[in-house]
Design a binder for this molecule. Structure first.
Ligand code: DCP
Length: 637
């Protein structure tokens, strides 16, 4: 649902930059012989020449469209060059395009806050840069204005004809213009300069919209493609929206747009002006009603987020016509491929950008044989994301099974899946403390430790534990939203919420402890050495005992003895572990270097500080503290 946000009082300068026929340009850079020729990129699936996913502008002149397949494109443009997307694991591999997009983003982001909106789209907040330019070197004081800026289109300002560039220059340099237009003029010059840099450094052309908010900038960027920019002064907004079909507006392409057309008889966004805010709220609720009222006036307060990296990672595959998947085994086979790709991508995001994904979502399209309920869609399903290909596969298959059950209901009939996609979302930065633990783990001293961690699961557990620590609320929400058909409010009785909270906290502790144990187990070093002063009473790893059993049920527990806090097994575990040849291990509280605690995830820090501080207390076990539950004191016999 759209969110109504009022615009800030001071005028902003926002640009939306969209690369032209993006995949085609990337392929043309890779193979310069294709430059200037009609070309299109086709999907991996070669049925009827493959589906076109990007069409170059030379081919568009012949009438080639993205909706065509290769065979049809050849009929309208016999010389068209059809380039197949790179392939990996039996499906399109988009890494080359993603990397090319990143090159462009890194250039654009030099001038202001930059939000990567998709593989080839970027929002820029150029307010500061435009204000600086206006106060230091306003356009009317410039000796020359770059050609790209002079080729701008200014909505509502008739600048066609022979004198076009001269007229645009006049508009950009008007000394009598109001401050808002002057800022837009500065924005236009800055964007033009950026697009020249992008062209020089990458060979790619882009188009751009420059306006006072994201919504208007996005509407303007495709207006004069390719390689041109469009400016939206406030005075032109009314006319722009008066002729804009509702379905063309982002967020009005679906049910809401259809309802506006059918229920209110609205054809263009401007038609909404005839309805009062109350009337729109009555129909669509307070938030959506206010949003509709705002957008019909060109008001949108959405901020440009500071995000150079994608918001989510997704990979999918379609199975058109006879390729539909009709057995669980065939679905599982493709789920495996998708999970391998997703796992690689989330791991590379973790390694390169120190970001963790929290939610896994499965979307599918399917049909039923002899369908009695054609309207029932395969429901999308989500769950908390666990790193590692096999865990992703396991969870995705569970989501699929659950979706299929809902999809089929009580019917025992054949089915077919025509598309599958999985997405890793709710991506957050790894918290600072964990970053430095990771750095430590990846550093020289501990390289042996990492290489002894056969599946990389140690690193993963540390990341997961800290992420869960700081994101309990977020994950609780995911947990509640596990089934997209169920609203949080339907689920969330207080009892359920607290149960979920405590489960998640337990999970945090389990993961952290598992990570700590694994460090111990891999042998060469120990995270517990972080706690060690020069006179440490830490045992060697052989004292600590070698085990490959990471079952949290057999974790050591903390107990207090005199002035030291000792780590020991709880009664039952001690018995079983001693039988297995384990010794208890312990350390002196005085030996703990407090700075080491700063390295731990914040939740764990708090708990560990609690263990250390209360030496004067008689009972450290706080009710409701679930870490303490794992380290519960040994009862004296
Ligand atoms: N893409 C895709 N499948 C689609 C739509 C697009 O794989 N159904 C890919 C190929 C495009 C890229 O995403 O090159 C960007 O999509 P755009 O919609 O921005 O289209 P183009 O950049 O190709 O063309 P335009 O110049 O019209 O923006």
């Amino acid at each position: 649902m759209p969110i109504a946000r009022p615009e800030p009082q001071n005028a902003r300068v926002i640009a939306h930059v969209d690369m032209d026929c993006f995949y085609v340009q990337v392929e043309q850079r890779k193979n310069p012989e294709l430059k200037g020729l009609p070309a299109a990129v086709v999907q991996y699936n070669s049925w009827k020449g493959g589906a076109l996913i990007a069409v170059g502008y030379e081919a568009r002149r012949f009438g080639v469209k993205r909706s065509m397949r290769g065979d049809e494109a050849k009929m309208v443009c016999p010389n068209i060059q059809l380039i197949q997307v790179p392939v990996a694991r039996g499906k399109a591999d988009l890494n080359m395009y993603r990397d090319a997009g990143s090159e462009v983003v890194s250039i654009l982001s030099t001038k202001g806050r930059c939000e990567r909106a998709s593989i080839d789209e970027v929002y820029l907040d150029l307010t500061d840069a435009a204000e600086t330019m206006l106060s230091e070197t306003p356009p009317e004081m410039l000796d020359t204005i770059n050609e790209e800026a002079l080729r701008s289109h200014v909505l509502g300002f008739n600048v066609d004809g022979d004198e076009r560039e001269k007229n645009v220059k006049e508009w950009l340099c008007r000394s009598e213009a109001d401050r808002q237009d002057k800022l837009l003029a500065c924005g236009a010059i800055i964007v033009a300069q950026l697009l020249i840099e992008v062209l020089n450094e990458t060979t790619f052309t882009c188009s751009a919209g420059i306006a006072h908010n994201k919504m208007l900038a996005k509407l303007a960027s495709p207006m004069h493609k390719p390689a041109q920019q469009t400016v939206v002064p406030s005075s032109s907004v009314k006319d722009l929206l008066a002729s804009l079909p509702v379905k063309k507006m982002k967020q009005l392409g679906g049910k809401l747009g259809s309802s506006l057309q059918i229920d209110l008889g609205v054809k263009t966004v401007g038609d909404l002006l005839q309805f009062s805010q109350e009337k729109l709220q009555e129909h669509y609720g307070i938030n959506t009603g206010t949003w509709l009222w705002n957008i019909s006036r060109g008001i949108s307060g959405d901020a440009v987020e500071d995000r150079l990296l994608p918001k989510s990672h997704g990979c999918g595959k379609t199975f058109p016509g006879p390729q539909a998947l009709k057995t669980i085994a065939s679905v599982e086979n493709w789920v495996n491929q998708l999970c391998e790709e997703l796992n690689e991508r989330i791991h590379s995001d973790l390694d390169q950008n120190k970001r963790v994904a929290h939610t896994l979502t499965l979307h599918a399209r399917a049909f039923k044989e002899n369908d009695m309920e054609p309207q029932r869609k395969f429901p999308s399903k989500s769950c908390p994301l666990r790193y590692g290909t096999s865990k992703l596969k396991e969870d995705t298959m569970r989501l699929f099974d659950s979706g299929l059950r809902d999809f089929l209901g009580s019917q025992h009939i054949g089915w077919g899946v025509t598309s599958l996609s999985i997405t890793a979302s709710k991506i957050t930065d790894v918290p600072q403390g964990t970053r430095s633990i990771l750095k430590f783990l990846q550093g020289k001293d501990c390289s042996s430790m990492i290489s002894d961690d056969p599946n990389g699961s140690l690193k993963q557990d540390l990341v997961s534990s800290s992420a869960v620590c700081t994101e309990v609320d977020l994950q609780r929400k995911d947990f509640e939203m596990m089934n997209h058909d169920v609203r949080p409010s339907d689920l969330a009785s207080e009892a359920t919420r607290s149960d979920i909270n405590s489960k998640l906290l337990d999970e945090t502790q389990k993961r952290t402890i598992t990570a700590i144990r694994k460090i111990k187990d891999v042998g060469k070093s120990s995270i517990l050495k972080f706690f060690q002063g020069s006179n440490s009473s830490f045992p060697t790893t052989s004292q600590a005992g070698e085990t490959s059993n990471h079952d949290t049920a057999s974790l050591p527990s903390f107990s207090e003895k005199g002035s030291s806090t000792e780590v020991s097994m709880n009664k039952d575990d001690r018995h079983s572990q001693t039988q297995n040849g384990y010794d208890s291990w312990g350390f002196n509280v005085e030996d703990i270097d407090p700075s080491v605690l700063d390295e731990l995830p914040i939740e764990i820090q708090r708990e560990v500080r609690e263990w250390i501080r209360p030496l004067k207390r008689t009972n450290t076990s706080r009710k409701g503290s679930s870490i303490v539950h794992y380290f519960s004191p040994v009862k004296k016999e």
